[in-house]
Write a protein that binds this ligand. Structure first.
Ligand code: SAH
Length: 261
């Protein structure tokens, strides 16, 4: 055994969801950890204003997002978390929405487990829950949908090779994440697998923020409407008859008293 001082004990990595955009949807636990962290490794899609909760001397490292040229490759990112923790730092790995819903939280944790780094996961409000609430589209409803499915509109290999028969079903709400680029294909497949062309569908862009935009249409007309409106990522696609409720249940952004509906 060497007689030198024992090595610095490893810091903990907190994999934290920051919710879909509205800062007030951050959990109390997330806010506390962000305020205490020595280092924060954050993504492109984190709630506006969330980094202002960090200590002024905390190191803030931008990890970017996959489609950006300036993002860190996943393996480098995994190793960065290990390095920071081994230096004894308290690390917050900050992600949009919930870390375990299309957030690669699982992949990052595997490296931590393999490296013996202690970690915790802090859930966040996932985009489907946030956008549905702020758009006035309940994800389930006793008269419309008995189940809800979250699907990705963008697979690792660039295709949208989903199990269409299981998605194109009545009384089901399907929420597609990362689906704007593939919207026309998604709508085409849902119709090809049995849903009527006039089955309701919506797109919510920048949900829960002041920039939120909601478009409702049906499977046949949504792609054209979305293209005409110039809707881009981040946006969610919601398919199901629950979309019909939006007109009545919409409440955000709140109207000033006396403002016409
Ligand atoms: N872990 C995140 C999802 C990451 S995948 C979560 O749980 O929400 C990124 C996709 O999430 C985007 O392409 C978009 O489809 C969706 N998304 C995230 N924030 C959004 C927002 N504010 N409004 C609409 N869609 C959003």
């Amino acid at each position: 055994m060497s007689s030198t001082a024992s090595p610095t004990p490893s810091g903990t990595v907190y994999i934290v969801g920051s919710g879909p955009g509205d800062l007030e949807l951050l959990t109390l636990r997330a806010a506390r950890l962000i305020g205490e962290a020595d280092a924060i490794v954050y993504d492109h899609l984190i709630a506006d204003g969330v980094l202002a909760l960090a200590r002024p001397d905390a190191e803030k490292i931008y990890a970017g997002k996959e489609s950006s040229k300036h993002s860190l490759p996943q393996e480098e990112l995994n190793q960065l978390l290990v390095r920071l923790a081994r230096a004894g730092r308290m690390v917050v790995r900050l992600k949009g929405g919930d870390p375990f819903v299309f957030g690669r939280g699982g992949e990052e944790i595997e490296t931590l487990v393999d490296s013996g780094i202690p970690f915790e996961v802090v859930p966040g409000v996932t985009a489907a829950a946030g956008c549905a609430a702020y758009a006035g589209i309940p994800l389930t409803h006793r008269e419309h949908a008995h189940a809800v499915t979250f699907a990705t509109g963008h697979l690792k290999d660039g295709t949208i090779n989903l199990d269409w028969p299981s998605l194109a079903r009545p009384r089901l709400t399907v929420v597609f994440y990362m689906g704007v680029g593939g919207l026309a294909e998604i709508c085409r497949q849902m119709i090809a697998h049995g849903l009527p062309a006039d089955h309701p569908a919506a797109v919510v862009q920048n949900g829960t923020t002041r920039r939120q935009r909601v478009l409702t249409a049906d499977l046949a007309t949504l792609p054209e409407k979305v293209a005409a409106a110039g809707i881009r990522s981040p946006a969610l696609i919601i398919v199901g008859t629950v979309v019909r409720l939006q007109q009545k249940l919409s409440w955000f952004p709140p109207r000033a008293p006396g403002e016409p509906g």
